[in-house]
Design a protein around this ligand. Structure first.
Ligand code: 5RP
Length: 218
């Protein structure tokens, strides 16, 4: 089974989490793109979707799924999104697509976060995937120096600007044994907008596509 087959199957496994008349939070990335295609087949049953990025908003519109502003809903019932790495504790690294800040906002506003991954992303310890950190452009050098003090090697994501007009530093060389502590320490650096560790608000449900089955961790 190819990785894309697994992404398709895990996207299908997320569909039962969608109930009638819901507003659905929709993440960003190639796994979620499969989910958006499936969501389009039941769009008459839902009230609409809140997008976690400009690219997802565009895709939702292409599929004629009503896009709703997060500011016009109280709480989202469910948020479906992928990840770059996930552990059995449902802690994640996200932001490979650069949408980490809006993804974090939508996750924070959601009652249930269902994370969909293929098994290549399931790890014992987070950090092999470079940790994305969104930074205000003028703070790039300062934040980079502070990240080095925390033991990471920040690399500017060349030619990339986030939906919020900021840069991304991808931090290599981390073995993240205490994700919640590192998440807070990075957020404490002045100039950091957010970072791709989802440890303080982890997923509530992790669906993992393997060759034969979908594993569910809650
Ligand atoms: C985007 C993300 C994505 O969820 C993450 O990068 C996984 O993407 P894909 O499904 O394409 O592997 O966090 O910012």
């Amino acid at each position: 089974m190819t990785q894309n087959d697994k992404k398709q199957r895990v996207a299908e496994a997320a569909l039962p989490y969608i109930d009638d008349d819901m507003v659905v939070g929709v993440g960003t990335g190639s796994t979620v793109n499969f989910f958006i295609e499936l969501l389009a087949t039941i769009k008459h049953r839902i009230d609409g979707a809140v997008a976690s990025s400009a690219i997802t908003e565009e895709l939702l519109k292409q599929h004629h799924i009503p896009v709703i502003s997060l500011n016009s809903v109280n709480e989202l019932s469910v948020y479906i999104d992928g990840a770059d790495e996930a552990t059995k504790h449902l802690q994640l690294i996200k932001g490979g697509g650069g949408a980490l800040t809006r993804e974090k906002i939508v996750a924070a506003a959601s009652k249930k976060f269902v994370c969909i991954i293929d098994d290549s992303k399931f790890v014992d310890v987070l950090g092999r995937f470079p940790l994305p950190v969104e930074v205000i452009p003028m703070a790039q050098s300062y934040v980079a120096r502070e990240i080095v003090k925390l033991g990471g090697q920040p690399v500017l994501r060349a030619g990339f600007t986030t939906d919020n007009g900021n840069i991304i530093l991808d931090v290599q060389g981390l073995q993240i044994l205490q994700p919640s502590e590192l998440e807070a320490a990075l957020n404490n650096i002045t100039g950091v907008v957010s970072n791709g560790l989802f440890a303080r608000r982890p997923a509530d449900v992790l669906l993992i596509a393997g060759d034969q089955t979908i594993q569910t961790i809650t």
